[in-house]
Design a protein around this ligand. Structure first.
Ligand code: LRH
Ligand code: MN
Ligand code: MN
Length: 389
């Protein structure tokens, strides 16, 4: 039997971080479809994020991407953090960007030229300065580095350069700051990618120390990859820093989490629950873009999808499952899992929301709020997310 009060309590502690870039205009390399009312600067992105938090109650932090969220002026990023706090938010992970500068054609921290590596490491160190100003815990690193042709560069030398760059940035981290290293199997490099998989990320993190952790972006694997196995392994090793949640059908589609494969999301959340409840060290971040759908409701829907998968994972009757597994009862064990997955958790989540003081139906409440009409009227010329131009 599962303890419903404990399930509710766990759901109330879960926090989902939303990405600033999801609020901006985005598209594919074919076309960016601009939407009316989209934020024109980081402050307006925070205004929208505050609506997501207001109606879900569980999205209190916002990830920034540098330099997409460029802030100048005397108050700088500390001022942005204050602006967030005034709206009941905090700034979350600082995402670096070493992939949109001409200098990085052959790579950034893995580039053969030491001057380019210096520039890239300089940017990463600047991101840590920003973390100091915002109070962010996590520096999220994703590298587009790789090669397109066999022989183009030395695979091992590139790993050495990567290790050296990471070590310098790691050394700059404060006591409570972490480095989250994100892997991606493919794109934009076609032949080799320098951080293609969790094994490579894990090996670098191991050398660096405890503050270096792996990020699992659910869109960054080969089709058919058993992501929950990776999650289980990283949790066992104490190296799962967090998730970049999104859905994919084909490549790195960045669709709403839980839209393409809610069962996979459930299986992932089962391993998170199995690996220690909802540990504070695991950051549940979204990394999505909303190219053709309305952005704020899509983000609210995504947060709800994470909650639904989490609720189902928490409902798994762990003792019945363990007993069936020990008996070698293949079908019985599978049935325990499927019973939880097939439970309609929406009534439970409505109760949880009401107990938290937010409305039971976040999407309906947002729709009634008039915010969508207000931003269309007030904002002209929305900013592009910086992605998929
Ligand atoms: C790379 C990635 C990484 C970037 C983000 C915008 O595909 O997942 O996390 O920072 O997209
Ligand atoms: Mn990502
Ligand atoms: Mn991605």
């Amino acid at each position: 039997m599962t303890d419903l009060a404990a399930v509710k309590a766990a759901l109330k502690t879960q926090a989902v971080e939303t990405p600033s870039w999801a609020y901006g205009n985005s598209g594919t390399r074919f076309k960016v479809f601009a939407q009316a009312g989209v934020p024109r600067d980081p402050w307006e992105k925070l205004q929208d994020a505050a609506q997501v938090h207001r109606f879900t109650g569980v999205a209190p932090t916002v990830a920034l991407h540098i330099p997409w969220d460029r802030v100048e002026g005397p108050d700088g990023y500390a001022g942005l953090a204050k602006y967030a706090e005034e709206r009941g938010l905090k700034l979350g992970a600082i995402n670096s960007n070493t992939f949109q500068d001409d200098a990085y054609k052959l790579g950034s921290v893995c580039h053969p030229d030491a001057a380019v590596r210096r520039k890239a490491v300089g940017h990463l160190l600047q991101c840590v300065d920003i973390m100091d100003a915002t109070g962010s815990r996590d520096l999220k690193l994703w590298f587009a580095d790789g090669t397109n042709y066999p022989g183009q560069d030395d695979i091992r030398a590139r790993q050495d350069r990567l290790a050296e760059g990471l070590a310098e940035v790691y050394g700059r981290l404060g006591e409570r700051q972490r480095m989250l290293l994100e892997y991606k199997l493919f794109e934009p490099a076609f032949y080799t990618t320098d951080v293609p998989d969790w094994g490579t990320a894990y090996a670098h993190c191991l050398r660096l120390g405890d503050k270096a952790q792996v990020v699992v972006d659910t869109g960054h694997h080969a089709p058919g990859t058993n992501i929950e196995f990776i999650v289980a392994t990283l949790l066992r090793e104490g190296r799962l820093g967090g998730f970049d949640f999104n859905s994919r059908f084909y490549a790195d589609d960045d669709l709403m989490v839980g839209a393409a494969d809610p069962f996979q999301l459930f299986r992932i959340m089962c391993e998170v629950v199995r690996g220690g409840g909802l540990p504070a060290e695991v950051a549940f971040m979204l990394d999505q873009c909303h190219n053709i759908e309305a952005k704020i409701p899509a983000i609210i829907r995504s947060v709800m999808n994470v909650q639904e998968a989490t609720a189902k994972a928490l409902l798994v009757d762990r003792s019945a499952l363990a007993e069936a597994q020990l008996r070698g009862d293949v079908l019985g064990a599978n049935a325990v899992l499927m019973d939880a997955y097939n439970t309609d958790v929406r009534p439970l989540l409505r109760e949880v929301r009401e107990e938290m003081g937010v409305e039971a139906d976040p999407l309906a409440a947002y729709s009634r709020s008039g915010w969508a009409q207000r931003i269309v009227a007030e904002r002209v010329g929305g900013q592009q997310a910086g992605w998929g131009a």
